[in-house]
Design a protein around this ligand. Structure first.
Ligand SMILES: [Zn+2]
Ligand SMILES: [Zn+2]
Length: 401
């Protein structure tokens, strides 16, 4: 894959008469997805770009969508813009991907950007990824530099058609150029498909100044592991990591990524607390906690181990509201700063990510590659892929439609 220049968009044109394959969520009440073929290619709106998907990654949200019958949260989210609870419109799922620009809308072609240097504007054949959170551009948050928490955000693959498909359309503004003329030499497509997820980790770590600090990362899933190497690269003093699943493999990777202490928290062991008590006695806890798991017990750990005056960043999503959370002891009397992290800052996080990806010394593409399954899957093998993820046999995997 590395160094290869991908086909020009024209080389696939003859295949299009038969439409495309895609994975559709037909009903929120039933688990699973439906593989559809012969679906018409998405039309390109005037300010949109159509992209031929080269690789697309599966994330926790997709797993929740797959198992929608047991996740009320995701059902409600997918119905957010529906007229009522009974009027769900099936959509193509998937929101993490990279691909090749196939066609530019009439309003965003070369004539519109004639004043922009050619190497900075999009053209058919370019290698790209996308921010799939589409902000409204009008609400208070959008108008005050906080598009990532737009009150009317629509997410491709959750509210609108996504990228578990051969083609997807995205507003021009949301397209991120990774390589001109299909150049994947710096960022292989397996990794290009992961940037949305990597952006969550980058956004989280950036919100805490970890330089010289003691940091606890709760959850060693893909995002926790990404946070581990980012904290190490950004100069954290001491890195703790906890996980309850598949700990052998994850801890091995985490240690290679620079975590200092890894704790299996599956069996109610108190080793983690003891170690923090011992090493962080002076400060009475860790400076920064990054909650990346969404597990209720990790939320309790977060506010137990953070020091007075410390910071807790919350990225993991709890499946339901937390019971019995002691906000007085956990937050108020400790003077803790708490911040929720959603998505990626538009587009600060993306610009940061691109710089990080292009740093040869940090070698981030090869670290990311170690987090995903070696094998890439065809869309038609989606059942097997989701089974592996559900069973915890793989943490993260990529489809090549
Ligand atoms: Zn995702
Ligand atoms: Zn908005």
């Amino acid at each position: 894959m590395q160094g290869q220049v991908l086909n020009s968009p024209d080389s696939k044109k003859e295949d299009r008469t038969g439409g495309m394959n895609c994975l559709v969520k037909e009903s929120l009440e039933k688990d699973g997805l439906t593989l559809k073929s012969g679906v018409a290619l998405p039309e390109v709106g005037s300010d949109e770009v159509r992209i031929r998907v080269k690789a697309t990654a599966v994330c926790g949200t997709d797993k929740s969508i797959y198992h929608s019958s047991s996740s009320e949260g995701i059902r409600r989210e997918m119905l957010r813009y529906a007229e009522d609870d009974n009027s769900y419109t099936p959509i193509i799922v998937g929101h993490e991907f990279c691909g090749i620009v196939d066609e530019l809308g009439s309003g965003v072609g070369a004539d519109r950007f004639s004043d922009v240097p050619e190497n900075l504007r999009l053209a058919p054949g370019d290698y790209v990824t996308c921010e799939m959170h589409l902000s409204c551009g009008h609400c208070f948050q959008c108008r005050t530099g906080n598009e990532h928490i737009c009150t009317r955000v629509k997410v491709k693959g959750v509210h609108l058609d996504g990228c578990f498909a051969e083609y997807v359309t995205v507003p021009y503004k949301n397209v991120i150029l990774l390589g001109k003329a299909g150049d994947t030499s710096r960022i292989p497509t397996r990794i290009g498909a992961l940037l949305d997820a990597f952006g969550n980790a980058v956004h989280t770590v950036y919100e805490a100044d970890v330089r010289g600090k003691s940091v606890a990362i709760l959850g060693a899933g893909p995002l926790g592991l990404m946070a581990a190497f980012l904290c190490r690269d950004f100069g954290a003093g001491r890195i703790y990591l906890t996980e309850a699943q598949d700990v052998e493999r994850r801890f091995k990777l985490a240690e290679e990524f620079g975590a200092d202490y890894c704790f299996d928290v599956s069996s109610g062991s108190t080793d983690f607390y003891k170690q923090v008590d011992k090493l962080e006695a002076m400060a009475n806890g860790v400076d920064v906690v990054l909650e990346m798991s969404g597990s209720p017990s990790a939320y309790r750990d977060a506010f137990k181990i953070v020091r007075n005056g410390g910071t807790v960043l919350l990225l993991g999503i709890t499946r339901k509201p937390l019971d019995g959370f002691d906000i007085a002891n956990g937050v108020i009397w400790k003077g803790v700063t708490v911040k929720g992290i959603f998505g990626r800052k538009m587009f600060d996080t993306w610009e940061t990510m691109l710089r990080l990806m292009h740093s040869e010394k940090l070698n981030i593409p090869s670290k990311l590659d170690r987090i995903i399954a070696d094998k890439t899957y065809a869309l038609t093998d989606y059942k097997q892929a989701f089974e592996l993820l559900s069973a915890g046999d793989e943490m993260k995997l990529v489809f090549e439609p």
